[in-house]
Design a binder for this molecule. Structure first.
Ligand code: NCD
Length: 314
């Protein structure tokens, strides 16, 4: 694969996604081994630049870089000069001047990763440009989450084509749903979306391979995979649904609703979970749930992404 920024999956071909999934398989074996240290990225330095809280994504990028032998430094906005008013552009130039090879960026604004790419394209010579990896920008995209979701599905079913995936909940504010939809359709899956009307984007049903349902039950029926989204309480004004109790009652995934899906269907959730709201504890902790596998697969996928995109040729 060529050295390239990871802004969203629409910039990756099916063949490139396939290479990432195959590499992640090898990385997963390595993570499960005793000595978790390679030197494939020895001498490379990576900064994770996070303007939003994160447990899974930040830690898994850090571990992925370290397992591959890179030096990894974490910047969180609350503990950096961002508090003193430094702009995103200046922060990007500052870390570039220190000689970094890649920046993994999470930001509350849609398009922040695009901006980072443009900032470097404008002022930094090609051979010195840090790679930009989007770890979630507002409600726009979260490409490595989609890759780990797809990887988790493939690990379970051993193939992807023709599987029915139901993505349920707060689609409107979900960067995970947006990247999932791109990647899952690219890999031949059928994507069914359901949630409260106010949290469903309108334009998506024009696209082939995407189905929008008013009733949760229609999306769940005969699904192979159910991806439950977190209600993005921080991204929505009040009023998208009456009360959290009602949301759980009408749209939460519970054991009864799970019965509508195929008997061997699996449940995913990107985390963190609003337990008892979008998902019931019985489902979340059942053996149908692959939520913990997703976390481990996230490290494997991020190792694969760092390795392939950082070491790729021009
Ligand atoms: C997701 C995110 O931050 O976009 N979480 C994650 O990366 N594990 C989903 C979410 O916050 O709901």
């Amino acid at each position: 694969m060529k050295r390239k920024n990871v802004i969203d999956l629409d910039r990756f071909s099916d063949a490139e996604i396939r290479i990432i999934l195959e590499t992640a398989k090898e990385m997963k074996k390595f993570i499960q081994g005793d000595v978790k240290k390679l030197d494939a990225l020895k001498g490379k330095s990576i900064v994770t630049l996070f303007y939003e809280p994160s447990t899974r994504t930040r830690t898994s990028f850090e571990l992925a870089g370290k397992y591959l032998g890179a030096d990894v430094v974490n910047i969180t906005s609350g503990n950096s000069s961002v508090v003193k008013g430094e702009s995103l552009r200046d922060t990007l130039y500052t870390i570039e001047a220190m000689g970094i090879d890649a920046v993994v960026i999470r930001h509350p604004s849609e398009g922040a990763a695009d901006i980072a790419e443009k900032v470097y394209e404008k002022k930094t010579p090609r051979e010195k440009r840090p790679l930009v990896i989007n770890a979630g920008d507002g409600a726009h995209a979260h490409p490595t989450q989609a890759l780990l979701d797809i990887f988790t599905i493939e690990q379970h079913f051993k193939q992807l084509t023709g599987l029915k995936v139901a993505i349920i909940g707060d689609i409107l504010h979900s960067r995970v749903a947006r990247s999932d939809i791109i990647g899952m359709r690219q890999m031949g899956m059928e994507v069914h979306l359901a949630g409260p009307k106010t949290l469903l984007p309108r334009f998506l049903d024009q696209e082939p391979g995407i189905f929008i349902h008013e009733h949760l039950e229609d999306a769940l029926e005969d699904a192979d995979v159910i991806n439950v989204l977190r209600i993005q309480l921080e991204r929505q004004a009040a009023g998208f649904f009456p009360t959290t109790r009602e949301y759980a009652k009408f749209f939460g995934l519970n054991e009864d609703r799970l019965k509508l899906a195929k008997p061997d269907a699996i449940v995913l959730h990107p985390g963190p979970q609003n337990m008892g709201l979008e998902i019931s504890p019985k489902v979340a902790y059942s053996d149908r749930s692959k939520i913990r596998d997703q976390v481990q697969n996230g490290v494997a996928i991020r190792m694969a992404v760092l390795l392939l995109t950082l070491c790729g040729g021009e």
